[in-house]
Design a protein around this ligand. Structure first.
Ligand code: AMP
Ligand code: MG
Length: 427
């Protein structure tokens, strides 16, 4: 009989995860700390941009009508630096010496770059030797970039460095966003030692914790590393209890069929309700996902609209499996908690650059080298010996996604890819 908790497809598994993830309540966050977060409302401009007619060049502000015959000699009436305000209007036959970023004086309609002039300090006059074809050159008109009251960035925008600058221009020193979700990371296994330690016989270093912490940070979350839980019930129970106070808890290892794979049963004892266990994915078949609903003082389950459940992922222990399951399921969940309307995973279409032999009845995510060429993206699967082969991922910058089925793929065929080297919300 088919086990009900086994998901029939990775798409169904992703829907089951995202159904349980809802955007966190809105907070104010400092602009400086908002990279990768998502705007929870439109941010408006409070002034025109630029706020005044602004010179784009170091040169001379003049009346275009005075340039009908060249060279033209004009009397220099004033100098205006950036940050100063002109005191005098430019009249017929006059010019103001002006620097980039300074307000253009009344009367002037054109700025002539200094390279097209000869300034005579003794007579305080300037000779203009070349002129633009029309008035308005080298002047950025007030409000031409953005009008006061218009949106600088709209709700749902992922904040990148350029949004930070644009928001800073209009004084948004804080922004309305969803806070970074706190994501606990718990590595499990008797064989694990922290990476600063020399492994003894049969031991290995804990690579999943630093990897998952980095993936969480890259996705816009705040990682809460809980260290290593040993493969015994008291240790697992204590560390799981700590993790359940976060928005999500990621465990790695202990979810397969081994004698000491205690994670699913310990999660059940901790009140975590299983949503699914096992998905048709290579690598990543043993993925476990469940929810711990918050209960009030009387032990009643709190209304789901008031408090969101803790999302609990039992990631497979093999590093590449953990990494791939994070990219396919955990990253989209984090982006959803942040209010990202397009949480991913973002698939692109690429052309296969080398033959590939796909085997079995699971979707395969194969580490691949992605490149953009004249005809779009290409994907070359990198040599990879399976879910424990972390080194292959360092030679890859994405995943090629092969649908279930045994067949030999030829170069030139279209394949879906997931690119790793993008910022949260990018692509
Ligand atoms: P498990 O699912 O616990 O049986 O683990 C599967 C494989 O992944 C085993 O070879 C483990 O030693 C390895 N593994 C589990 N957790 C980690 C970790 N945190 N870092 C590196 N390898 C791990
Ligand atoms: Mg284990």
């Amino acid at each position: 009989m088919k086990d009900k908790s086994v998901m029939e497809s990775i798409e169904a598994a992703l829907s089951a995860v995202l159904e349980q993830a809802s955007p966190r309540p809105v907070v104010d966050c400092s602009l400086a700390g908002s990279l990768g977060l998502v705007l929870a409302g439109d941010a408006l401009s409070d002034v025109d941009s630029p706020p005044f007619d602004k010179s784009l060049m170091d040169g001379f502000a003049v009346r275009f009508a005075d340039l009908s015959s060249l060279p033209a000699r004009l009397t220099v009436i004033e100098e205006v630096m950036a940050g100063q305000v002109p005191a005098r209007a430019v009249g017929q036959g006059e010019a103001t010496r002006i620097m980039t970023g300074a307000p253009v004086p009344e009367g002037a309609d054109t700025v002539i770059p200094v390279e097209q002039t000869h300034y005579d300090a003794t007579t305080r006059s300037v000779e203009i030797v070349a002129a633009p074809s029309s008035a308005g050159a080298a002047i950025l008109r007030r409000g031409s970039s953005l009008r006061a009251g218009s949106p600088v960035a709209t709700e749902g925008t992922c904040i990148r460095p350029q949004e930070i600058a644009a928001l800073a221009e209009f004084g948004h020193s804080t922004v309305r966003v969803r806070p970074r979700p706190r994501i606990a990371v718990l590595a499990t296994g008797d064989e694990l030692v922290p990476c600063h330690q020399q492994p003894g016989p049969g031991q290995i270093r804990n690579t999943n914790e630093p990897m998952l912490v980095a993936q969480i940070q890259q996705a816009g979350g705040e990682a809460v590393p809980l260290g290593i839980a040993r493969d015994n019930r008291p240790d697992l129970a204590a560390k799981i209890a700590q993790g359940l106070s976060c928005d999500a808890l990621l465990l790695s290892g202990g979810v397969s069929a081994g004698v000491l794979d205690l994670v699913p049963s310990e999660l059940a004892s901790a009140g975590v309700q299983e949503v699914f266990h096992k998905i048709p994915l290579r690598p990543g078949r043993p993925l476990w996902f469940g929810l711990r609903r918050t209960t009030d003082a009387d032990g009643e389950t709190a209304s789901s609209s008031a408090i969101s459940p803790c999302l609990v992922f039992g990631l497979p222990g093999n590093p590449v499996s953990s990494m791939v399951c994070f990219e396919l399921f955990v990253r989209p969940a984090i982006r959803t908690l942040l209010g990202d309307p397009q949480p991913g995973p973002h698939r692109l279409q690429a052309t296969l650059a080398a033959p590939h032999s796909a085997r079995g009845d699971r979707t395969t995510c194969h580490p691949a080298r992605l490149q953009v060429g004249p005809n779009g993206w290409t994907a070359a699967p990198v040599p990879w010996i399976g879910s424990a082969d972390l080194q292959a991922t360092t030679r890859a910058n994405g995943l090629a996604v092969f649908p279930p089925g045994t067949r030999d793929w030829q170069p030139g065929e279209a394949v879906d890819v997931i690119c790793w080297d993008v910022l949260p919300g990018g692509l």
